[in-house]
Ligand binder design. Structure first.
Ligand SMILES: [Zn+2]
Length: 110
């Protein structure tokens, strides 16, 4: 009778140790994941933001006065130097084609 109680107590203790070890590991793992996430998230965020900005903003030269500046790819904008109305076309700043004019894509070999 005494032996059975001792054995069951030992089994219970072993089970508890195993559970606490697994629980401790799980806690440590989730903590490590959280710390890792908190470390990586701002880096990924900054990288994603830069990628987004680079996708949206283009730095190129004005076709009129050759001033290099950055502008939003969406819509039309003015050159800060000569005030020429420009828009982005094929990663370059171009003067928007007046309506009715057929836009011929000239490939320049550089
Ligand atoms: Zn200009």
């Amino acid at each position: 009778m005494m032996q059975i109680t001792w054995r069951s107590l030992l089994t219970l203790l072993l089970l508890l140790t195993l559970l606490s070890t697994v629980g401790g590991r799980w806690l440590l793992n989730s903590l490590a994941i959280m710390v890792g996430f908190l470390t990586i998230a701002p880096v990924v965020g900054v990288w994603a933001f830069r990628w987004w900005v680079q996708r949206r903003i283009l730095t190129a030269q004005c076709p009129t006065c050759a001033t290099t500046f950055s502008a939003d790819r969406q819509g039309q904008f003015q050159c800060p130097n000569c005030g020429e109305i420009l828009e982005v076309h094929n990663n370059r700043f171009v003067r928007p084609a007046p309506p009715g004019v057929i836009d011929v894509d000239v490939q320049v070999i550089e």
